[in-house]
Write a protein that binds this ligand. Sequence first.
Ligand code: FES
Length: 129
Amino acid sequence: MPNLKTNPTPSRIDICGLDEMPERGARGFEVAMPDGEPLHIIVWRDGEDVRAFENKCPHLGLPLETFPDKFLSKDSRTLICSAHGARFNAEGDCTSGPCQGDALTRLDIRVVARDAKPRLVLEGSAGHS
Ligand code: FES
């Protein structure tokens, strides 16, 4: 997992600069939660659209990737779990594979301006369960 990010406030967690994300791609991050527990997340950017999910497959609870930041299909339209091939659409819904009909936990991620630069932040409790 890349980069352990610390949490300056419980309700807003800085992830990275928007320019640190590929225009169309996904990256994994490990976020330090207020309770000290790490939260592994996937940030998926598709142009202006940025979404985030907990990196925990609903099938067996494993992280989706085998290799760092390798989450997406070749056409960048679906997330793929490398363990058993489950595929997830942009909403996080499993569309095929052993957990079809289930979904990833979606997180509230936003673009905010910090020092006149756009940054990605998680809002709220970040769905930690
Ligand atoms: S753990 Fe993801 S498909 Fe089995």
